[in-house]
Design a protein around this ligand. Structure first.
Ligand SMILES: Cc1ncc(COP(=O)(O)O)c(C=O)c1O
Length: 498
């Protein structure tokens, strides 16, 4: 592997979709009853302190846990130490860390060189002053060096805010109204983006509670990896206020859970140009993970606006920002009042010196250590190993990866797709399928708990992020632990209804 990117060979999308469809056509497979009992015993006996503290937390924190990625079956685990490829919990148990905080720590958790610079900066000026710090310029220049399409960069507090800002810029620049996203994609939790979340075609039916209809009435979703449908939507939108922007996760919705073909992004670029919409590439996950040039470098496509998050603050808080062409990004100029019609954005802690300096340092370290490529190699190794185990135990599971973003679909809870029924009555097939989807989600949680009881932390039991810290030895040892789980998997006969 020597292309500087995490992905040597791009896999075509359709064979993966075929496997995912096959998975959901099969009965549910999960760890057997005896194994589940042992796993639950592990939590009761070996994680007693975590249980105690997270039980108390339920009185003060909704659901007892603040983060969507924090495992909560059978109860959340309280982590006290993170180091490279490993996490340690309050009871002293050690885990392989394939969550990597949900993506930001491509260098591995708590990377010393970044930590040292962060401490140095805090010693000098504290984390925040509200005034300009050189680190802001250093980070913006560093991003521009690797992604020349990001001529300017406005740093914000999170990916969610950055998507909101980019949409505002797009509407301001094009004077068009509508936003097209790809069904199933995650672009943060703003009112207009919690639409078509997780499941393509689900529109407002799965998660858009507490959001007035008007907030997402100018958002459209299209089928993943389908340029024809995108063009149809762009055409229809010409009669409905025009399309301000098309937003994509470049490796496919939900961090590539629903993959795209290599030329998909190029096709989106061409369609945006043809219909006068801005192309917003959401690189929150892929930026400085797929490669230093991001997915835009890998696919050779320059978007109008790029969304950053996660790695952009090197694993430190307040990770977000919008990069892109000067003509658009300058439409978010900060400062007290301007005479231009700017897209207003802000944030008290946005672009604080700590986040900016940690991000700048992390990107330099990623370059120095060739972290993207190495983490990608680890992703290939673990995916190949998981596939070997899937074959060995004749399971219907599906393993695939885009470099260091690895997917392990065991129940197919995330593989549903209602996008063939985008038309008004799509709610009926969805309601019919919902109980089975929920059972598959329970199976996914039980698999996640089994991995954890065997010392492996994953993202929701279905995704693994690899990092620079994942040497061959780490990956091979982790695969042994996966095998201990896979060995016990059978066709599930227990009741999975909640
Ligand atoms: C592709 C993508 N966009 C946007 C976001 C939102 O970023 P944040 O969690 O920083 O608000 C995420 C978060 O996981 C993401 O994966």
């Amino acid at each position: 592997m020597s292309n500087g990117y995490a992905i040597e060979n791009w896999s075509p999308a359709q064979p993966i979709y075929n496997k995912l469809h096959y998975l959901t056509s099969q009965p549910i497979y999960c760890v057997d009853d005896e194994e589940l009992k042992k796993d639950l015993e592990y939590f009761e006996t070996k994680c007693a302190k975590s249980k105690e503290i997270t039980t108390e937390a339920k009185n003060y924190i909704p659901g007892g846990v603040q983060h969507n990625l924090a495992f909560n079956y059978p109860f959340p685990i309280c982590i006290t130490k993170a180091e490279g490829a490993y996490l340690y919990d309050l009871d002293g148990n050690k885990y392989f860390d394939f969550l990597q905080a949900g993506g930001p720590t491509i260098l591995g958790s708590n990377y010393p060189a970044v930590r040292e610079k962060a401490i140095q900066l805090i010693n000098e000026c504290g984390p925040v002053t509200g005034l300009f710090h050189e680190a802001e310029l250093l980070l913006a220049k560093e991003i521009n060096k690797h992604m020349p399409g990001c001529e300017m960069f406005r740093m914000l507090g999170s990916g969610t805010e950055s998507v909101m800002a980019a949409i505002r810029v797009a509407r301001n620049a094009t004077k068009n109204k509508r936003i097209i996203k790809v069904g199933g994609a995650y672009h943060g939790w703003s009112d207009q983006m919690v639409y078509g979340l997780k499941i393509p075609g689900s529109r407002a039916f799965l998660e858009s509670f507490g959001i007035p209809k008007g907030a997402y009435s100018t958002t459209d979703e299209v089928r993943p990896n389908d340029l024809n449908m995108l063009e149809q939507m762009l055409k229809v939108n010409k009669l409905r206020g025009g399309t301000a922007a098309v937003l994509v996760e470049p490796v496919g919705p939900e961090s590539g859970t629903r993959p795209v073909d290599f030329d998909y992004n190029k096709g989106v670029r061409e369609l945006c140009d043809k219909y006068g919409a801005l192309f917003i590439m959401d690189e929150v996950v892929t930026g400085f993970r797929i490669g230093l040039g991001g997915a835009q470098g890998y696919f050779g496509v320059t978007p109008d606006l790029t969304i950053f998050g996660k790695v952009v603050a090197g694993g430190y808080p307040s990770a977000g920002g919008v990069g892109g062409k000067k003509e658009f990004v300058s439409g978010m100029a900060a400062g007290v009042g301007t005479m231009m019609k700017r897209a207003y954005v802000g944030g008290t802690l946005a672009a604080n010196p700590l986040s900016a300096f940690a991000g700048y340092t992390a990107i330099q370290e990623i370059e120095k250590t060739n972290a993207c490529e190495k983490a990608g190699k680890a992703g290939d190794r673990i995916t190949a190993g998981l596939q070997g185990l899937i074959d060995k135990y004749s399971l219907p599971f599906v393993a695939y990866n885009q470099g260091s973003i690895c997917h392990l679909e065991c129940s197919g809870a995330m593989s549903y797709d209602f996008s063939s029924m985008f038309l008004p009555n799509s709610v009926i097939p969805m309601l019919k399928a919902k109980p089975e989807m929920l059972r598959r989600k329970v199976a996914m949680e039980q698999m996640g708990a089994a991995y954890m009881a065997h010392g492996i932390v994953t993202l929701a039991g279905s995704r693994l992020y690899t990092s620079l810290a994942d040497t061959d030895e780490v990956v091979d040892e982790a695969l042994n632990h996966f095998e201990d789980v896979f060995k016990t998997v059978t066709k599930c006969t227990r009741n999975l209804d909640k």
